[in-house]
Design a protein around this ligand. Sequence first.
Ligand code: PLP
Length: 497
Amino acid sequence: MGEISPAQVDGISIHRIPKPTSPVRDIESEVEDQWIGLMCILQGLRRVTTPDLDEPIIKKSTQQDIADIRSLSTPDIPRPISTVIQEAHAIFDHRSRTNHTGFFSFTPANVTPLTWLGDVIVSAFNAHCSGSLTAAGPCAVETELIKWFSSRIRFSSTAGGLFVSGGSIANMMAMTAARDQKLEWQNYSKGVIYIARQAHYSVFKAARILGFHSNQVRTVDSDNFGRLNSDCLKHLIQNDKRNGLIPFLVIATFGYTETGLIDPLATISEIAQRESLWLHIDGAYGASLSFSLNRSSLATQLSTADSVSWDAHKLLFQTYGCGMLLVRDKSHLVSSFHAQSSFMDHTSRVKEDEPELWDMGVELTRPSRAMSLWFTLRVLGTERIGQLIDHGMDLVGLIQLKLEAMHGWEIITPASLGIITFRYNPTQRKGQDEKLEKMNKDISRILLDTNTAAVMTVRVNGVLALRICCTNVRLTEEDVLELMRSMGEVASKLSSA
Ligand SMILES: *Cc1c(COP(=O)(O)O)cnc(C)c1O
């Protein structure tokens, strides 16, 4: 055979074109051959959703543990699938069991086995959820679900939104839309944002990412419970206007992460309207209250917002990475997140008034987060969604009654949206107090060291408090009564020591 002249492939000279064979065939047959064994492993994964009581609520990993895990981090020789699944178990062992019934800190995972079953289905289909061209079905469900959630908070038919990875991104997108609607670009440096002192740190972070200098962000004082003080807000706005600045955005919180409390939304929304500010309500934690069977009236003020963040991985039973941004007028998202490109085919649009999802947010390639949630909600039905959300809030109500009846405990902020903060204060001291701080930190530590419960501390207006967040759907009345008993026991031992 004569010499063939070298071809240029990827800019490299190739003398002999290789005959491509599918490198995936042996992976597929390995899965096929081991399918029965893999089914058993999947069956075992079901137990992960409901950890045993004696599993570590917060795993304490030694340096050696972490070194061992690092050694599993990178590929070298091929390994059997079942071995690597065992490795995954070993790696994930080093985590907080946020779904353990003894986990009461941060926001406990509120998941059922339905949750990850939905995820498995979503992963298997792996639809490219950028728009109707690649995922007409899932995108249609996403659009309808967003409409349905919008109507829950009484947004009108102009409303819309998008599923995103969580509250932080939703907040940042809302702040982007606020900037674009309220400020001429020449005035970006004069815009001022108002954020309560106790607001979630993601909004401070987003302000910086969006290019606002720290002197364009006003920290609004809190009231005694850590909620936004509206008199202070008014005062700051007037002052900034006098100085030639342009107040354009106020961020209120529906369900503070620390306390579950809700800002005085009626007053804030009145101020926002009068001053023509964009009102963003961070409902990442609390907006799911709209589904409560007996508390949803608390959520009516959400309808006054221009935008609302809403996490489905907090109270709506989803695994992490599932949140929403809802906006009063979906065209505002399109103005901020649309860009011209020869790559994107705008002729594929289903309906003129239904923008493609790729024009409404930051991501192009994205999973169908809406379909995971859809799966859970569709199985549960509307009424059970409400019951499950009320469950944790009822339990926290019970905890409050118990604390009021037990000797020596002081409630710092009352039960709200499934959260209560309190401290052990047997001698009824006032305000900040070093001795009390140490005692309450000790209570938290002992509960954790004995694997009884993860009840962490927070500061509410300077006062160190214990915080219980009860959102795990598997928690029972007995569980919380047992927790109160253990807490009482630990506290009285400490104070008599
Ligand atoms: C959790 C939370 C956030 C952040 O949401 P992520 O989903 O963690 O990004 C923002 N605001 C509030 C009030 C929250 O509770």
